[in-house]
Design a protein around this ligand. Structure first.
Ligand code: ZN
Length: 299
């Protein structure tokens, strides 16, 4: 089965989950939810993104969220991440002293243009500039649409491999293969990870899988048997898909850790504390919770 004793969970609800929620979530509520996730033992958490509020109004309070959470995380075994779309955002994240930034480049030229208004080449030119000034903050390169593009553009695995290698050469510390629209299937996940790891150290890889079509956990299982040890998920299964309103979102953290724990794979995350975060999400965030475990346990 090739199952490890332990994997890392990267909580992304405060960024990927919250960013498409229309009603503004109060800053203090975001902070409370993030604190619950930290208390649950999650080691990596993406807490916000430094995007222009014109594009993502929900993230307008990035600076306040980072300040509060940084204070709370002090001395705890947790690494804080913020997503940045460009160098302006990266500089803000570096100044704030975050542990990591996530820099997104799409493996689909049309999706990269639509998402960040740049060609892949332009995105890498900016990544090079960002890497040159990163100081102590580490960089995660998220390769969006690794498993498929919403505009039907073919995404050759060779391009994903080239992008991963190029990022690592520039000094990126982690490459996250993202199924941005939740279209991946287990056979494809096995094939793509299998090919990428022939040329990139699998320990430097992570996956960001969505459950849009109900294949999130099956894909997670295949990824772990292929050697991936770094998995992104969102409490309450928030996240949705900007191209499919109402669709299921990221894999719910509680479903993912339940699967790992039942297979004997440790995550270091306490289910009961994650449930506290889910309850808070239900109470404070105007977005449906899409989670098997929260239903089973009546959270
Ligand atoms: Zn996502």
């Amino acid at each position: 089965m090739n199952l490890p004793d332990r994997v890392d969970v990267v909580e992304v609800c405060p960024r990927d989950g919250f960013q498409i929620v229309k009603d503004f979530i109060r800053t203090e509520d975001k902070i409370e939810i993030i604190k619950k996730v930290i208390d649950a033992g999650v080691k990596f958490i993406e807490i916000t993104s430094y995007v222009h509020p014109k594009w993502v109004p929900q993230m307008a309070d990035a600076g306040d969220v980072v300040d509060a959470v940084k204070g709370y995380a002090e001395g705890k075994d947790v690494e804080l991440i913020a997503l940045v779309p460009n160098k302006v955002g990266a500089v803000k994240a570096f100044e704030a002293g975050l542990d990591w930034i996530t820099y997104v480049v799409s493996a689909s030229e049309s999706h990269n243009m639509k998402n960040i208004n740049r060609t892949i080449e332009q995105s890498f030119a900016e990544l090079e500039e960002i890497c040159a000034i990163k100081a102590d903050t580490r960089i995660r390169l998220a390769i969006a649409t690794t498993f498929g593009c919403p505009f039907g553009e073919e995404v050759p695995v060779e391009r994903v491999i080239d992008m991963a290698k190029r990022g690592l050469e520039l000094g990126v510390g982690k490459v996250v293969l993202a199924d941005t629209i939740g279209i991946a299937n287990p056979v494809q996940v096995k094939s793509i990870i299998g090919k990428v790891k022939e040329q990139v150290d699998v320990e430097l890889l992570g996956v960001h899988l969505h459950d849009t079509r109900g294949m999130g956990l099956a894909n997670t299982y295949v990824a772990v048997t292929e050697g991936i040890r770094y998995f992104e998920s969102a409490v309450g299964g928030l996240g949705g898909c900007p191209f499919a309103p109402g669709a299921a979102g990221n894999i719910a953290t509680e479903d993912m850790i339940n699967m790992f724990h039942s297979m004997g794979v440790e995550t270091g995350v306490a289910m009961d504390r994650i449930f506290e975060a889910v309850s808070l999400v239900r109470e404070k965030v105007n977005s449906p919770v899409v989670s098997h475990m929260a239903n089973v346990c009546r959270i």
